[in-house]
Design a protein around this ligand. Sequence first.
Ligand code: PNW
Length: 488
Amino acid sequence: MSSAHGSYTTQNKLPADFAWGFATASYQIEGAYDEDGRLPSIWDTFSKTPGKVEDGTNGDVACDSYHRTHEDIKILKQYGAQVYRFSLSWSRIIPLGGRNDPVNAKGLEFYSKFIDDLNAAGIEPVITLYHWDLPDELLERYGGALNQEEFVADYANYARIVFKSFGHKVKRWITFNEPWCSSVLGYNTGKHAPGRTSDRTKNPVGDGAREPWIVGKTLLIAHGTAVDIFRKEIKPTHGGEIGITLNGDWAEPWDPEDPADIEASERKIEFAISWFADPIYHGKYPDSMVKQLGDRLPAFTPEEIALVKGSNDFYGMNHYCANYIRHREGEPEPDDAAGNLDHLFEDKFGNPIGPETNCEWLRPNAIGFRKLLKWLSDRYGYPKIYVTENGTSIKGENDLPLEELLKDDFRVQYYSDYIGAMADASAIDGVNVKMYMAWSLLDNYEWSEGYQTRFGVTFVDYENGQKRIPKKSALTLGEIFNNHVSKE
Ligand code: PNW
């Protein structure tokens, strides 16, 4: 019954039409940062600013996937993947980014060929339009997502160009990856590009009490606008589906007997997920956020709500871990973006939520995955869910000798527990989950953690020409899904 991660074994089945594969993102894997007309994104600039990235590295080369698409497709096939989620670099397609700026034919050609090669290999492409790498020029020009009008118009133009170019050969689209990260890590803690925060020890500019809420709204409107374009201009001819991917981890009360901790756990999920999902499914922000943030939470006009409400064909779910949540007493800090609560790794009795990994924020807890799938389904009316990311780093993995590193049993266990929990959610709780993409196909550039944190099922040898070597976990996904997906 129980295992190292406090999970379980289960024989429960996922539906016969379930599809699985892997996920990556452009800046994390492509490299070729200045080739074929690409110009810098905010991550090029941010990563080259001293002190922003733990090991001082950047994505100039990364996994060199720009030159190794055939290798990536080869391992996807070898692992048995049915789908591959990757993101487009806006800066390759419109290097300056804006609606009046030139379109770069070479950028479109690169992705067009890659999509064709994937389709030819029998692997379905799932495309993320925006995985954090905004063309830097748009930040300089008008402040990026802080300027709703300009950002939405430029994003809509970019989305339309992409849909028109690839709408006939790509059937699943994701508008934004994790708007919570763009808003809170980018404009409140300053941990991600563009690094704005109220903390003057970290950055000279930023207002963490106001900017994240403005950015969050901009991203929702940009999402709704792109969905509208897709549904009017592409879907009638080519079909296909579109949605947004939201990150969100499970929350357990620090003191299971304390109603204030139980309420805070609910509030934590609302601040992380419902901030975006409530407007999309219910046409309004969650009450807990309105209560705490008042008019710092920018209101929607009726036209905006009409655009956002009902804009998901599927719910894209990124999920990694769980936390214990303890309520805070008194008034929230002005910069609080979490709901006036603390995230803890142990409960009141000292029980750990899960084992340590290489990420300060990530402690595996598979049962939390099942609980969150159910929570989302209850709140949003059992939408079709695609798990667009799930995976783990391993504490100290980067320091192991290669032979040991390749035996990543911790990751194997993680996937087996989490996929089991998902099968239970599907078979027992009636959750409508249809797709799963493991993060990640490759070890890659883990943002402000640089290259020392490895999330891949494939080892990438950054010192020796970006050579790819499968870890033990690489072939586990196939085995696990073979056991769990119903044969009808
Ligand atoms: C996600 N946090 O990011 C991203 O979509 C991926 O690009 C990333 O590599 C992956 O998860 C692993 O981190 C997150 O601090 C980054 O809570 C940070 C957090 C959550 C998600």
